[in-house]
Write a protein that binds this ligand. Structure first.
Ligand code: GLU
Length: 450
């Protein structure tokens, strides 16, 4: 960073920090974006006069509420819920809901801020939001989940709707829970409408929505590989997680000829030195936490307790689990073993130090706001289908997803002249921030001081 950029960044962060003291994840995300776009803001009179970036850092509103419900034992349970409605400049507020114990406002603020850039990059008319609750769905009965959903939606329903705010799933919230939330909204609102995306198909969901983030990640990575004259064939992929994103990414990558050598869970990593075959993949994805550690039959898979997937000599790393899951030591292991590409299936899975190290070592990195935009992109297509009372074929949705991911790659490539690494490759992180910022900042300017 030049001295001028450092000075601009310090001055900007001094302005922003007092309003968000203690919201560390949020400030980390803002700083990362600001370091890439402040010089662009300063070079534009319109963006500077509108104070575009500063405005893009403040959520339109944060709704915070209490959720009270009764568990199966008859005891009262209390949780906290939030919806960060970050911006509706480009379209209705849009982004997932996560149910995670210990969830905080800061994490949701950072995710909503990132979502604004991600959604802008899709090219679809989508605003940005994020929400959730500090609720742990693990081990809860279906009856408990339903009572929780009714209590959660009693509050949230008043703030959402097809042209207002359209939540989807995220960690801890999948199609089943979305189906319940959609139904609850229909009851509270007394009408039909696509108030949620990621819905089960009979409730107005879209084909390929469940697969979309994982497939999109692979489509984006394929475009990034092609840019350097390469493809997936025979490449060794380390994937973390074994949830929705990881599982569909693994299947699509295997279809395209890659060898998936890891998946992971809370307790450690499954490693298949020669790549998972379909039986092994099905087994790891289907195993319960208790069964998972010792494969029932010989599938060529070992379970490595308390080990992360990053030390297994991959060519490509796809962190798909959660934020800050790749730390400096992991980044060193990846770079030392010759990994050359990384694409983020999760949001902000690298710590700032890990990211800096991989950049220094010349590893080409695709940030989550571009690489995992496939999920929200197909949500946008689900909204289009709902709004036009239409239903597209799986092939049509998959083709549209593929095209959107290639368009995102092309948008980042178009920023190449000012977003280039020392080795002459596209700096995808910077390019995503710059391309997303340009779109959002122009919308800020066009909307005046309102
Ligand atoms: N939770 C996903 C994301 O982080 C999807 C959001 C959506 O479809 O609204 O982008």
């Amino acid at each position: 960073m030049t001295t001028r950029t450092t000075a601009l960044l310090d001055q900007f962060m001094d302005q922003i920090t007092p309003r968000h003291r203690g919201d560390d994840e949020f400030l980390q995300a803002v700083k990362e974006v600001a370091s890439d776009v402040l010089t662009i803001e300063k070079a534009s009179h319109a963006f500077t006069a509108a104070r575009a970036l500063e405005r893009l850092c403040e959520a339109d509103r944060i709704i915070s509420f209490r959720i009270t419900w009764r568990d199966d034992a008859g005891d009262v349970q209390i949780n906290q819920g939030w919806r960060v409605q970050h911006s509706n400049l480009l379209g209705p507020y849009k982004g997932g809901l996560r149910w995670v114990p210990g969830l905080s406002r800061s994490v949701l603020k950072f995710l909503a801020f990132e979502q604004a850039f991600k959604n802008a990059l899709t090219g679809l008319p989508l605003g940005a939001a994020k929400g959730g609750a500090d609720f742990d769905p693990a081990g809860r009965s279906m009856a408990e989940i339903e009572r929780f959903v009714l209590a959660f939606m009693a509050e949230l329903s008043a703030h959402i709707g097809p042209d207002r705010d359209v939540p989807a799933g995220d960690i801890g919230v999948s199609g089943v829970e979305i189906g319940l939330m959609q139904r609850a909204w229909m009851q509270y609102a007394r009408r039909w409408g696509g108030a949620m995306t990621g819905k089960p198909l009979p409730l107005g969901g879209s084909d390929v929505r469940a697969e979309a983030t994982g497939y999109g990640l692979i489509y984006f990575t394929a475009a990034m590989l092609a840019e350097q004259g390469e493809d997936f064939d025979g490449k060794r992929l380390a994937i973390s997680g074994r949830g929705n994103v990881s599982s569909h990414a693994a299947r699509k990558a295997m279809q395209m000829g890659a060898k998936v050598i890891t998946l992971s869970g809370r307790a450690g990593t499954w490693h298949a030195a020669d790549g998972f075959n379909h039986d092994a993949l099905d087994w790891v994805l289907g195993a319960s936490d208790d069964q998972a550690y010792t494969p029932a039959k010989d599938l060529g898979v070992t379970f490595l307790e308390n080990t992360r997937p990053w030390g297994m000599d991959p060519d490509i790393a796809l962190p798909c689990a959660t934020q800050n899951e790749v730390e400096l030591a992991d980044a060193k292991a990846l770079a030392d073993s010759g990994c050359r590409f990384l694409a983020e299936g999760a949001n902000m899975p690298l710590t700032a130090q890990a990211e800096a190290h991989l950049s220094k070592m010349g590893v080409t990195q695709a940030p989550g706001k571009a690489a995992n935009a496939g999920g929200v992109a197909v949500s946008g297509l689900e909204m289009q289908q709902n709004a036009s009372f239409d239903r597209w074929s799986p092939a049509r949705v998959d083709q549209a997803l593929h095209d959107i991911m290639c368009d995102i790659h092309a948008r980042l490539k178009a920023e190449r002249s000012s977003c280039c690494t020392e080795t002459g490759q596209i700096d995808y992180r910077r390019a995503a921030n710059v391309a997303g910022y340009r779109k959002l900042a122009q919308a800020v300017v066009d909307g005046g001081a309102i």
